[in-house]
Write a protein that binds this ligand. Structure first.
Ligand SMILES: Nc1ncnc2c1ncn2[C@@H]1O[C@H](COP(=O)(O)OP(=O)(O)OP(=O)(O)O)[C@@H](O)[C@H]1O
Length: 251
């Protein structure tokens, strides 16, 4: 992939032959130093940036959660915020309510539906943002440094929450779903339907978690290391720790 970004008349190559394959139904972490292109790669996968060469195959729909929850959680109450993205589908109020409740249950915030979003901690807001993505029954969650602004307890809660989402969707039949054909390009067909929302079904979810914190690896199934716009290494968490030690990191 060779996406470029334009600003003030300049064109810059951010990704260079970045090749990443993520197994369906797993929590894959993407590590790398500041500025190596992690967020840009996520945006390419989400269809927010178009690469000028290469191809992208992502199961649809995919949900994106940003680093700063204050940029994503904007509605006055938790339930209204989680329901926000569902406004583009033709769902009954009953179906929206069921989808919101199910998403809140997945992130451990079932009792928070009527809470003002302004009263939440950073980690709770981040989980509301994840619930908003989950309400649309994504196949892929693209998660961009969600723990950056959180204290240690909230970091653990958010990591645990994402780990549980992947595990539970796998147990709920996600393995079978992962065998289906990958979506081509960025076709984001609206797949939320009333029946699915009412039944609270969640198909297999693949999570791609961007971080630069090595300690978060313990939550990962697999991991890649990015350097200078390309994927330099992919493997298991243990293989990644060994790779990082060879690079001189204290892990
Ligand atoms: N909108 C933009 N316009 C111009 N350059 C950009 C833009 N967004 C990112 N860049 C540049 O692209 C490069 C990669 O940025 P990116 O945010 O993808 O890196 P990153 O690995 O996610 O870094 P970090 O860990 O600091 O978030 C950086 O040099 C950055 O300055």
């Amino acid at each position: 992939m060779l996406p470029t970004e334009e600003g003030r008349g300049l064109t810059k190559r951010v990704l260079d032959s970045a090749s990443l394959e993520v197994p369906r139904g797993c929590l894959h972490m993407l590590l790398g130093a500041n500025g190596c292109g992690k967020s840009t790669l996520l945006r390419v996968l989400a269809g927010l940036f178009r690469p000028d060469a290469g191809s992208v195959h992502v199961d649809a729909p995919c949900g994106f959660v940003f680093q700063n929850p204050d940029h994503q959680v904007v509605m006055p109450t938790v339930a209204a915020d989680v329901a926000f993205g569902l406004g583009r589908y033709n769902l009954s109020a009953t179906a929206v309510h069921a989808a919101v409740q199910h998403a809140l249950q997945q992130v451990g915030l079932s009792d928070y539906a009527e809470r003002p979003t302004s009263s939440l901690s950073g980690g709770q807001k981040q989980r509301v943002a994840i619930a908003g993505a989950l309400a649309e029954c994504p196949r892929v969650l693209l998660l961009d440094e969600l723990t950056t602004f959180l204290d240690f307890e909230d970091q653990e809660n958010v990591l645990h929450c994402v780990r549980s989402i992947v595990d539970e969707s796998r147990q709920a039949g996600g393995q079978a779903a992962t065998g289906s054909t990958a979506g081509q390009g960025h076709q984001q067909e609206p797949v939320v339907d009333q029946q699915q929302a009412l039944e609270g079904q969640q198909r297999g979810v693949t999570a791609l978690w961007v971080t630069h914190r090595l300690e978060e690896l313990e939550y990962a199934d697999s991991v890649s290391y990015m350097e200078g716009g390309r994927i330099a290494f992919s493997g298991s968490p243990d293989e990644m720790r060994a790779y990082m030690r060879r690079l001189g990191a204290l892990v």
